[in-house]
Design a binder for this molecule. Structure first.
Ligand code: MG
Length: 402
């Protein structure tokens, strides 16, 4: 996403961020990794293979992970790749249900056996080659500190069981939707918090914050699920809960045929209102983060998600294509989200933009308005407690200078 910069219209105010980001990307990327993962597996050490695999399977995550302190980069990279392997099993629609369930339920122990790999599984070349060379990821995992290994294994176990449960039943209610998002994303937020606490960079208080750590994952996951309507419908899958969309159409596919209809837009906006309920928790979570690099790692995806929701609210293009925020805006958010103040000001800006788009005609007008005002209140609450922090433990100056 970040490298198609030249072809994208860029606002003058965003140009310096684009250039800064390009420079930091080229400094961070020691090697262009043009070869396939199969040939890289032969040439690279286990650790280098993991970093290369990360750039292949998720360029945006590969960029964000570079924000972390070095020691955490390895643990978080391996954590991500193991969960990516698990997700590739979940997403492979050619696997028999028996084989899929068996793999999902046992991935936590299989993927930790030296030399273990999986062939012929995965719905893209990168995912297939990642799993075919998984022994490299396993080896990198086995070199992590025991505390990190335990966290990764436990989260992989829980996620695998949840994915297996949902492989056999569909999302129907909003409770199902929240539970599924907990398994595939909330657990990532919980596991990352445990890793941050185990590293000593964050206090042990953070790992106890499971509800708001879960919300961090849910907000990102729900934003992706809403934005990816078109892509998912084309692949004949969907994660939108019938409890919401059935209020607006008999079939979810109908919105693709009538993207501009009031029902389609109301359905989209209902899904967005649902996602917005998690934002106050995300603000509270970020307020707890002490280390400026961990702050950036956690805050950048959140602010990008809020920018995405602002872009897709009331936007019929969601039913026709994959809507993305401008590359220049994404670059600016990545470069400038350095402090709680900056995070707050971006979030406030997108929240007020959303408030300005509300229409009393929308069936969810009141609840959406209430949730947006709660976000403003949550942001204001962090400012009040910052200004009266008496003990000097708040790293706010450090964050500003970072
Ligand atoms: Mg999946």
């Amino acid at each position: 996403m970040m490298l198609d910069i030249i072809s994208t219209a860029i606002k003058p105010s965003e140009l310096s961020s684009v250039l800064k980001l390009k420079l930091s990307l080229s400094l961070c990327r020691k090697r262009a990794y043009k070869s396939s993962l199969n040939s890289l597996a032969e040439d690279l050490s286990d650790r280098e293979f993991c970093l290369a695999a990360l750039t292949k399977v998720s360029r945006s995550f590969a960029v964000v992970i570079q924000q972390l302190p070095n020691e955490l980069q390895d643990a978080v990279c391996v954590f991500y790749l193991i969960l990516r392997g698990l997700d590739s099993v979940e997403d492979d629609m050619n696997l028999s249900i028996e084989k899929k369930l068996n793999l999902l339920r046992n991935f936590h122990s299989k993927s930790m056996e030296p030399g273990w790999s999986l062939t012929e599984i995965g719905d893209s070349v990168e995912y297939r080659q990642l799993l075919a060379n998984f022994q490299k990821v396993v080896a990198a995992y086995l070199r992590l500190k025991p505390s990190y290994r335990n966290i990764i294994k436990n989260i992989t176990y829980q996620m695998g069981q949840g994915m297996a449960d949902f492989a056999e039943k569909k999302i129907q209610t909003t409770a199902d939707y929240n539970l599924y998002c907990h398994y595939v994303a909330g657990l990532v937020g919980i596991g990352l918090s445990q890793i941050f606490s185990a590293s000593g960079y964050e206090s042990s208080f953070l790992e106890q914050q499971k509800i708001i750590a879960n919300s961090m994952g849910l907000f990102l996951q729900k934003t992706n699920i809403i934005r990816d309507y078109f892509e998912d419908i084309e692949l004949e899958r969907t994660f939108w809960p019938p409890q919401i969309w059935a209020k607006y159409a008999e079939k979810l596919e109908t919105h693709k045929l009538y993207p501009e209809s009031p029902e389609s837009i109301a359905c989209l906006n209902h899904m967005i209102a649902d996602a917005l309920q998690h934002v106050p928790d995300c603000v509270a979570y970020l307020k707890m983060i002490q280390h400026p690099k961990i702050f950036r790692f956690c805050a950048i995806p959140q602010v990008m998600a809020m920018a995405t929701l602002n872009k897709i609210y009331n936007n019929p293009d969601v039913f026709r294509t994959k809507v993305k925020i401008r590359t220049g805006l994404a670059a600016r958010l990545m470069v400038e989200t350095n402090s709680m103040e900056r995070f707050n000001s971006f979030m406030e800006k997108f929240t007020y933009k959303l408030i300005s788009k509300l229409s009393a005609e929308d069936p969810n007008y009141l609840i959406t308005k209430k949730r947006l005002h709660r976000i403003i209140e949550a942001i204001d609450a962090t400012r009040v407690s910052h200004s009266i922090a008496p003990d000097g433990n708040d790293n706010i100056e450090e964050r500003v200078l970072f």
